[in-house]
Design a protein around this ligand. Sequence first.
Ligand code: GSH
Length: 214
Amino acid sequence: MAEYQLHCFAQSGNAYRAALMLNLIGANWEPVFVDFFAKGVQRTPEYREAINEMGEVPVLVHGKKKLTQSAVILTYLAEKSEKFLPQGDDERLEALRWIVFDNQKVNGFLGPYRFLKNWAAKLDPAAMEFLKARVTNALGIVDKRLSMHPFLVGERPTIADISLAGYFFYPAEEFGFDAADGRPHIGAWRERIRALPGWGHPYDLMPGHPMPKK
Ligand SMILES: N[C@@H](CCC(=O)N[C@@H](CS)C(=O)NCC(=O)O)C(=O)O
């Protein structure tokens, strides 16, 4: 059995943050498939009782420890491995500031936009327009930030960048646009992340892609 187990599925950018971090730090880990789409396993009382009361992936299991929320998982793994850890109080708070912004406004809107576009039973154009406007606004803010430093917090990649990576490597067709189009600093940052030793594509790191045909 591997040292770490990650409850996840391939299409989840929230889980990808944890999978990517595990790979980048060279951890001995294995995915545990959560059948989100066909069975909605994460919404069952059994999952909430035994795996995660919040009814979500990712969940990281490390021996007797069980962690949820990608930001918490990234922090735990950075502290354990001493990799991608912000240095000193100022950097730590700065990384946290970007992780919260990312969770709420960047991937926090990008993820639901992609989910609705690809998998919603019925599309509500007003909801899509609402989300798209917020995605555009958040991506503009990130692009400006990345015009000042190669990575979110400065010269080195930290867990803030790994959090931001959430949905940025999924195919552009799944969004109907490429986040780097007209945002060259996001494009350059994405290539810097792709070049990190241990980088892997979400569809290679986590199970469940392609989805079986109905
Ligand atoms: N803030 C959480 C978000 C986790 C999240 O929303 N995960 C989605 C999958 S991408 C989920 O499990 N949603 C539960 C559901 O829709 O039933 C994190 O960063 O870990």
